[in-house]
Design a protein around this ligand. Structure first.
Ligand SMILES: [Zn+2]
Length: 427
């Protein structure tokens, strides 16, 4: 287990509401009180670094089981650790889909450099025809219920799912896209769609889905979380629902706050995701939603794909981008540097806010806690180079981006899970 003295570091601990400069002492993987003995600790100069609880990502796809060439649990976990994450919520759209307690337990029990909090399917095999055994899945440890990758469009079935989820003290996470409105749309309207004759994704496909989910949330009282918001109107609907007291939440992905459809440079499949990148007005509204806490969490929607499914142009590309290893740098650049988001809020969106959403114990740097933390270097410039990713996949729209913030050390469960500071340190 880790034995470290991190000296003179800026410590941001949203659970405690503190932002102070000080030392962090970790012995045998446990955070020690100030004044604890310092013998036999490896020392880190933290004077230019920020320490905060390890980050949480409530939306990742590890392609395991089913597509080990795109990502495995192990490669995904190392990608998460390199991104500063200690907790990730895996989506159930693997092959087979995660719709049995055995599949849930297999993820929870895996010994990895990140803690997996699995979500489970709402419908059996994600077919949208009948419900999976939601009580069994929640009791096995599923932290949320979702058919992510697709929406559960049958109103009656979703109503039943929400009533069960509420009774189980769980929550529904929704990929809010109505397929009959989206049709074959893969990109929002604009010059790129016209130039390459790509089928257009109408924003109503998401907006009407959000409207439907809010209506069912109102009927059932079930906590309802809308994933990867891409439209300005969706942010407005969620804000109004929250003001009316409904338990509706939403997430912002780094790509949806950083890139607009107008920014897509050409026929490049690395800009194809579902829902697609919004226009400039949508990007503005999603940033506003993050700033005013309408969208209380960031989440990457890390979606690895092999090169052959992403490098043959937009029309033939698979949906999705990897995000774990660019999440800190991109969200920092957009929200902290450009939007002047308070640092405490930025850390909260990546830590206690997702933990709270998922009904999990809040991450903390208090003495006596097992060390789950990340050290971030916010000032040394770096350039995104997908060949350096720990992920098995390279499908990012951020290649070549010049960023400042970057995780330099991650500790998960009291053990160093990612390390650029300590040479071949072993704990
Ligand atoms: Zn999705």
């Amino acid at each position: 287990m880790t034995n470290l003295l991190i000296k003179n570091v800026r410590i941001i601990d949203p659970g405690a509401g503190t932002d102070i400069k000080g030392d962090i002492i970790i012995r045998d993987g446990v955070i020690q009180p100030a004044g604890a003995p310092l013998e036999h600790l490896t020392e880190i100069d933290g004077s230019t670094l920020i320490a905060c609880p390890g980050l949480w990502d409530a939306h990742v796809h590890f392609r395991d089981p089913g597509n080990a060439r795109a990502e495995t649990q192990i490669s995904g976990a190392h990608s998460a650790a390199a991104g500063g994450f200690t907790h990730v919520v895996t989506m159930p759209n693997t092959v087979p889909a995660i719709d049995t307690p055995e599949l849930i337990r297999a993820q929870i029990e895996a010994d990895l450099p990140v803690k997996i909090l699995p979500s489970a399917c709402i419908s059996a095999q994600r077919r949208g025809l009948e419900l999976a055994d939601l009580p069994a899945l929640v009791h096995a440890g599923a932290v949320a219920l979702t058919d992510d990758g697709a929406m559960l469009e049958d109103d009656d079935l979703m109503r039943k799912a929400m009533l069960q989820a509420k009774a189980l003290n769980s929550l529904i996470m929704e990929h809010a896209v109505i397929s009959s409105i989206a049709k074959r749309g893969i990109i929002r309207e604009g010059a790129t769609a016209q130039r390459y004759n790509l089928p257009v994704f109408p924003p109503e496909a998401e907006i009407e889905a959000v409207r439907r989910d809010i209506r069912l949330c109102q009927e059932t009282g079930c906590p309802t979380h809308i994933q990867h918001i891409s439209c300005a109107a969706s942010v407005g609907l969620i804000r109004a629902a929250q003001r009316a007291g409904l338990p509706v939440s939403g997430e912002a992905s780094p790509h949806h706050i950083a890139i607009a459809v107008e920014d897509i440079p050409g026929d490049d499949g690395n800009y194809r995701m579902n829902p697609p990148l919004g226009n400039l007005e949508d990007v503005r509204a999603i940033r506003e939603g993050v700033l005013d806490n309408t969208l209380a969490i960031f989440a990457t929607d890390h979606a690895p794909h092999t090169a052959e499914t992403k490098t043959n142009g937009f029309a033939r590309a698979a949906f999705g981008v990897v995000g774990l290893e660019t999440a800190v740098g991109v969200s920092w650049k957009i929200m902290v540097e450009e939007e002047r988001m308070p640092l405490m809020d930025w850390v909260t969106r990546w830590t206690v806010a997702p933990a709270r959403l998922l009904n999990q114990p809040l991450p903390s740097l208090a003495a006596g806690s097992t060390a789950d933390l990340v050290l971030i270097d916010p000032i040394t410039p770096w350039t995104v180079d997908p060949d350096k990713f720990k992920s098995l996949s390279r499908n990012t729209p951020f290649t070549g981006w010049k960023l400042n913030a970057r995780p330099v050390l991650t500790i998960c469960g009291g053990k160093v899970s990612f390390n650029t500071l300590l040479g071949d340190y072993e704990d």
